[in-house]
Design a binder for this molecule. Structure first.
Ligand SMILES: [Zn+2]
Ligand SMILES: [Zn+2]
Length: 348
């Protein structure tokens, strides 16, 4: 099918609201009965024709013109499947894609280590097309600031309930992309069977069939904070104000972690233990790292809801200056000072 390169596919699909390029490839591949990697090759998603993997960087590096031509989408629709449209609002995206920064450092606030998802979104909205090929894998779920699905009022799930070793899958957009047997909502991690290595069968657990996720319901405060953050990614405020808010959010989150357990009372009770575990994990290394978002959705909700509330209810400038000053007598060594300064150069 290499001869199709540069031409349009015979059939395509309309993107769903908020859908990621990974989710779109899964649904379209399912419709065309192709493997995701084969579809990716046909639509210009892979630079090397012999590529066997699809990395997460496609969310930042998609050739939107070639992809739009192949899939019969507009360039705008193709670009909306990537994170690029949020680059001026969410600083970690800007830093990674900016040509003025020669060698960007790895940023924990850019991608979640394990993919998050809402089972009910993946199950689809009941329309014929979503019954056939599932609902959207949303691009916001890649970001650590997405932890709740406001539509279904539930915490996002992390990874597969079967549990799989992380590692190389962390940077992968679609795992086992040569597997043609799976529905878009099925787990694509390699099944753990002795001796079959990377070419073995996929796990196949239906992530849209999780009846009881075991998670409590998010509070109204958490839902409000999540909606506020998602609105900032769209067009609720100016891009400059949104970028500034996300930077301050990160600084305040670092302050909350660095001042644990004194900050515990600022966290909603049902997520205090989860945030405590996150803080403990941050301090587990030789040097505590405070500028790293929680991987667990409940901990992320607790920490970031408190940070949003502090930013919205306080004088932000005063709060950030206070954070910058650090503990009395130890301003230069306060752990959040480097976080602030690193981001300040970009935003303020
Ligand atoms: Zn949902
Ligand atoms: Zn699985």
């Amino acid at each position: 099918m290499a001869e199709l390169l540069g031409r349009s596919l015979a059939r395509s699909l309309d993107p769903l609201a908020g859908e990621s390029i990974g989710g779109y490839l899964l649904r379209l591949a399912h419709r065309l009965r192709l493997s995701p990697i084969r579809l990716a090759r046909l639509t210009g998603c892979t630079k090397q024709p012999s590529s066997t993997q699809l990395g997460r960087r496609l969310l930042l590096e998609l050739d939107t013109r070639a992809f739009a031509r192949a899939t019969r989408l507009s360039e705008e629709e193709a670009a909306a499947l990537t994170l690029l449209s949020w680059a001026d609002r969410y600083p970690p995206i800007w830093r990674l894609t900016s040509s003025t920064i020669v060698r960007p450092t790895r940023d924990d606030w850019l991608f979640n280590k394990a993919p998050r998802y809402c089972p009910r979104c993946l199950a689809g909205d009941g329309t014929a097309i979503q019954q056939q090929h599932g609902g959207p894998w949303k691009k916001a779920w890649h970001l650590p600031v997405a932890f709740i699905c406001p539509a279904h009022r539930m915490f996002l799930q992390s990874d597969c309930p079967q549990g799989h070793p992380s590692g190389r899958v962390a940077t992968v957009l679609i795992s086992q992309p040569a597997d043609t047997t799976l529905h878009p909502a099925q787990c694509r991690h390699p099944a753990q069977r002795e001796g079959q290595g990377r070419t073995g069968p996929s796990c196949g657990t239906r992530l849209d069939h999780l009846e009881n996720t075991g998670s409590p319901c998010p509070s109204e405060g958490m839902l409000g904070a999540q909606q506020r953050l998602l609105d900032l990614l769209e067009h609720d405020e100016s891009a400059e104000d949104a970028a500034s808010f996300f930077t301050d959010l990160r600084v305040v989150a670092a302050v909350l972690c660095a001042s644990w357990p004194f900050s515990r009372e600022l966290i909603e009770p049902e997520s205090q233990d989860a945030v405590g575990r996150h803080v403990q994990a941050l301090g587990a290394g030789a040097r505590p790292i405070h500028d790293s978002p929680p991987q667990d959705s409940t901990a992320a909700a607790g920490l970031l809801t408190a940070a949003v509330r502090l930013l919205d209810e306080s004088d932000r400038r005063e709060l950030v200056v206070h954070a910058r000053a650090g503990r009395p007598g130890s301003a230069s060594r306060a752990p959040w000072v480097p976080v602030f300064e690193r981001n300040e150069r970009v935003i303020h």
